[in-house]
Design a protein around this ligand. Structure first.
Ligand code: CP
Ligand code: NVA
Length: 330
């Protein structure tokens, strides 16, 4: 497998074999890390991390992974660089590609990261756009495989806002890997018709099943994984909260939902999550709308079947695999 020089913009650009290769590589790198075996195979290289939206996991994953691989990293936040305000994306990326060996971008439209890749002579990695979150998918797939020992045939149910980055990407990931994806939500929040069509076409070749259900109990019966994400994503206006709560409250992941799925079912979430009142936004929502928890109850989040922190750790190992595969010449 040779992924040298490739961008990592969305899973749609990768074959199931390539995705599997990245997951296997991540598992190998994770094992090395746990055993304390050094793997600074990219010594002397440097990467740029552009974040136009905030981050804990993705930023730390890129920085720790870069350091483990022997690379330097430079973090550019939305306020301290010229990006967008005084310099176009096309100009910025051509400047950075002259200094760095790889560029990570987190921001708004997928078109921005695609433009970057067009102008960059070094690999560009998508650290989250409004439409897709591909590095999250590798971590999720690795976590599911660690738990169930396989991916094919696993039934993943996504509850909540299925038409944003995480929901879209999970549908693609399941289609590529021959899994069963069900979006359980109000139909306003199903992915776009165009993406559904593309995923169903992929599914024909991989044996995946892609379906949709508006009934929370019917849709979650027998699920292996129940996955959710916050109801209002970064970059969306505060005004949407009221409607979102009204539309998505029936799709909160509760213990009843988990029990309805069965004992085999694990809970996953890309994080951050509003499952209690220990966040600024959580407190604001409580004051305005009286909710103690949003997309998932604290009980489910803290339960034995919740594997969210294993999932979060795997962000680092999988991001490391993406960098190693795209920056190291075979
Ligand atoms: N899951 C995820 O991307 O987390 P951050 O926003 O903290 O990077
Ligand atoms: N849908 C969320 C994902 C965060 C990792 C957002 O875009 O804010």
């Amino acid at each position: 497998m040779n992924l040298y020089g490739r961008d990592f913009l969305k899973l749609l650009d990768y074959t199931p074999e390539e995705i599997l290769y990245l997951i296997d590589l991540a598992a190998e790198l994770k094992d090395k890390k746990k055993k304390g075996i050094l793997h600074d195979e990219l010594k002397g290289k440097n990467i740029a991390l552009i974040f136009e939206k905030t981050s804990t996991r993705t930023r730390c994953s890129f920085e720790v992974a870069a350091s483990d691989l022997g690379m330097g990293s430079t973090y550019l936040n939305p306020t301290d660089s010229q990006i967008g305000k005084k310099e176009s994306i096309a100009d910025t990326v051509r400047v950075l590609a002259g200094m760095f060996d790889g560029i990570e971008y987190r921001g708004y439209g997928q078109d921005i990261v695609e433009t970057m890749a067009k102008y960059s002579k070094v690999p560009v990695w998508n650290g989250l756009t409004n439409e897709f979150h591909p590095t999250q998918m590798l971590a999720d797939l690795l976590t599911i495989r660690e738990h169930f020992g396989k991916l094919k045939g696993i039934h993943l149910v996504y509850m909540g806002d299925a038409r944003y980055n995480t929901g879209n990407s999970l549908m693609v990931a399941c289609a590529k890997m021959g899994m069963h994806f069900t979006a359980v939500s109000n139909k306003k929040y199903f992915p776009s018709e165009a993406l559904i069509k593309e995923c169903k076409e992929i599914a024909e070749g991989t044996g995946a099943v892609i379906d949709f259900c508006e009934d929370p109990m019917e849709g979650t019966k027998g699920a292996d994984v129940i996955y959710t994400d916050i109801w209002v994503s970064m970059g969306e206006p505060d005004e949407v909260w009221e409607e979102r709560i009204k539309d998505l409250e029936p799709y909160r992941v509760t213990m009843d939902i988990m029990k309805n799925a069965g004992d085999q079912c694990v809970f996953m979430h890309c994080l951050p999550s509003f499952h209690d009142l220990n966040t600024g936004i959580g407190k604001e929502i409580k004051e305005k709308y009286g909710l103690d928890e949003m997309e998932v109850t604290d009980e489910v989040f803290e339960s034995e079947n919740s594997i969210v922190f294993e999932e979060a750790e795997n962000r680092m190992h999988t991001i490391k695999a993406v960098m190693l595969a795209t920056l190291k010449q075979n």
